[in-house]
Write a protein of this length. Structure first.
Length: 275
C-alpha cells in the first residue's frame, strides 16, 4: 500500500522515529535557521518567489507548539517529483499532487516539510530512564506515551510560487478536481497503484485570499481510510496541507483514528509566515 505522500515505508520511518524518541528520552533539536527574518515579505501575483525565498517562509519547529517540522529528504517514503506519480484521469491530478506534497500547479519553485505531533511535548512522553531501568509502572507509562504518539497525525505542508495569474489558475484546477473527481480515481506512485474511492468537498479555513478543502477516501489494503487536504492561496504563493492518521495507515485500530482533521494550528502558523 502507498499513501502517496507517505508510503508504508515512510509511515514506519516516522513511527520508528517517534518510538525512539520516547524510549530513549532524547529528542532531536530541529534546525530553526529558517526562522530568520525575511528581507522582503511583499509579493505580487506577477512575480514568483524563488526556492530560497520559499525556504525562508515555510514553517519550522519553533513556529508551531507541540509539533516537529522536518525535511522530507530524511525519508525515502515520500514522492519527490511529478514524474513518479501517474494519475489515471488528468483532471484529478491536482488532488494527487496535494496528497503527495507536490505543487498542485505548474510552479516556478516549491518546497515541502513533514509535520508530526512532537512526543516530547507530552508531560510523560520523555522518560528520564532507559527502558531496562524502569519499573513496571514506569514502563507502562512509557508504552502508553508511545501508543498515544502513534495515534496522532502526519501533515505534509508545501509551498509553491507562480508567475502572473498562475496561483489563481492552480486554485481553480483544484476546485474543478474536487467537483469532477467525486467518484474517485487511481494514481500510481513509482508503480504502486493507489485507489481513491471518493473525493468530497469540505469547509476550508478562512486563511489566505482563497482556499479549497476536501476529504479523500482511500482504499488502503481493502479498508477505507479518510485523509484530508486543503489548498490556500496567498497572492502568488500557494500553501497545501495533507493530513493523514498515522494509526489508520499503519493498520492500527485506535479509537478516534478516523475522526481527525488538518490541525488548525499548523495552518495558522504557516499563514503567519506568509503574512
Amino acid at each position: 500500500m502507498n499513501g502517496l505522500a507517505l508510503s508504508r515505508a515512510g509511515i514506519v520511518a516516522v513511527a520508528s522515529a517517534l518510538t525512539l524518541t520516547l524510549a530513549t528520552g532524547c529528542s532531536d533539536s530541529s534546525d530553526d535557521s529558517g526562522k530568520s527574518t525575511r528581507a522582503d515579505k511583499e509579493t505580487t501575483a506577477a512575480k514568483a518567489l524563488s526556492g530560497a525565498e520559499l525556504e525562508q517562509r515555510i514553517i519550522v519547529t519553533s513556529d508551531v507548539d507541540g509539533y516537529k517540522v522536518e525535511s522530507t529528504d530524511k525519508s525515502d517514503g515520500f514522492t519527490t517529483t511529478k514524474d513518479d506519480l501517474k494519475v489515471e484521469d488528468a483532471k484529478c491530478a491536482p488532488i494527487a499532487y496535494v496528497m503527495a506534497g507536490l505543487a498542485p500547479g505548474d510552479s516556478a519553485a516549491d518546497v515541502k516539510r513533514v509535520v508530526t505531533q512532537d512526543p516530547s511535548a507530552a508531560p510523560s512522553a520523555s522518560p528520564s530512564k532507559k527502558l531496562e531501568d524502569m519499573t513496571d509502572e514506569e514502563l507502562d507509562d512509557a508504552m502508553k506515551s508511545i501508543t498515544d504518539a502513534l495515534t496522532g497525525t502526519v501533515t505534509i505542508v508545501s509551498l509553491s510560487s507562480y508567475e502572473g495569474d498562475g496561483a489563481e489558475k492552480t486554485l481553480s484546477s483544484v476546485s474543478d478536481a474536487v467537483k469532477g473527481c467525486a467518484g474517485g480515481f487511481k494514481a500510481a506512485d513509482k508503480g504502486d497503484t493507489q485507489k481513491i474511492t471518493e473525493v468530497e468537498s469540505e469547509k476550508a479555513s478562512s486563511e489566505g485570499d482563497e482556499a479549497v478543502a476536501f476529504a479523500v477516501t482511500v482504499d488502503a489494503d481493502g479498508g477505507d481510510v479518510t485523509v484530508h487536504g486543503e489548498v490556500v492561496r496567498h497572492g502568488g504563493t500557494v500553501a497545501t496541507y495533507y493530513t493523514l492518521s498515522l494509526a489508520a495507515f499503519s493498520g492500527e485500530t485506535a479509537d478516534g483514528a478516523a475522526d481527525y482533521d488538518i490541525p488548525s494550528e499548523i495552518i495558522k502558523a504557516q499563514t503567519a509566515k506568509l503574512a
